[in-house]
Design a protein around this ligand. Sequence first.
Ligand code: BTN
Length: 322
Amino acid sequence: MKEQVLHLLKKQQSEFVSGELICKNLGVSRTAVWKHIQALRAEGYEIVSQPRAGYRLAGVPDRLYPQEILSGLKTEFMGRRIFYFAQAPSTNVLARELALAGAPDGALVVAEEQTGGRGRLGRGWFSPAGKGIWCSLILYPPVNPAAAPPLTMLTAVAVARAVRLVAGLAPGIKWPNDLLLEGKKICGILTEMSAEMERINYLIIGTGINVNIENFPGEIANAATSLKACAGRTVSRVELLQAYLQEMEQLYRIWIKEGFAPVLKLWKDLCVTLQRPVRVSSLKESIEGWAEDVDEEGNLVLRLADGTVRHITAGEVSLRPF
Ligand code: BTN
C-alpha cells in the first residue's frame, strides 16, 4: 500500500495529488493515507503537504530501496525479488542463507553498508554506508558445476556495460574480473558456489561497486577509486544497479543458450591485461610471463620466459611495473 501511495505521487511528478484522489484510488481512509505518508517520510522521502492541495513528492532519498530499484526495472527474473538491508555483515553470507531457505532464481540481496564485506583471496572489502553498490545475486544455473566459473567474467562484462551506460565511463577488465578506471579498481566480484558432482545447488555472485566514495582509507587509496572520482559527479546508484541487473539478465540468457563463447568475445574486447607482461600471484605461487590470451574456459594463457605455456585458473594479476 505504501508503495502504491508512492507510485501515485511519482506519477504526478512535482504536482500535488489530492488526499481524496489517493483515498479513492486505493480504497482507504484519509488516516490510512496519512500513515503511509508518514512512513515514507521516515524512509527519507520528502513529501510536502498543503491544505486543500494534497501531497507533493519533493525529493527521493539516495537509498537502494526495493521500490526504487523495481520502479522501471526491465528484467524478467534478475532482481525481481529483493532483500534489502540498511546494514549487513556481508551480502554474500546473507545470500547463502537465503538460497538455502529457497530464495527464487535471480533474487538480489543488497545492503547500504557492510560491516564485514568479503573480498577475494580472503581479503576484506571496504563497504561504507550509502556510497556504493554492495549486492549479491542468487542464481541456480542449469549447467554442470564445471561450466560455472565463466559466470564471474560474465558479471564483469555486465558491470562494465552498466557503468558505460549510466556513468559514461569505460572501465577495463583486469583478468579475471576486476574492473579498473585510471589504473585503479572500481569493482570487485566474489562468486561462491554450492554444488554436487553434476548439479549446482546455488551460486552467489557478490558485486562491490565503488560508486560515490570520496575517501578510501590507508592502503586502499593506492589501489581503488570510485565512479564519482573519475566522472567528477555523483552517479545514481539506483540507475546503475538497474542497468547492471538488465545487462546481467541479457548476458546470462546468452550464456545459458549459446555457451560462453559470445560472452568471452565481449570480455576480451574490454580486457586490459592481454598482450603484455604480467605477474600472477595466487596463494600458492607468484609467476611472471606474457599474458598471451584467455582460453575458452576463461583461464589465463601465460607464456613464461622459457617458452612454456601455463593455463592459469585463479590468481591476482599485477601489471608492470611490479
Ligand atoms: C574482490 O576482492 O575483488 C571481490 C570483492 C567483492 C565484494 C562484494 S560487496 C558485495 C558482496 N558481499 C561481500 O561480502 N563481498 C561481495
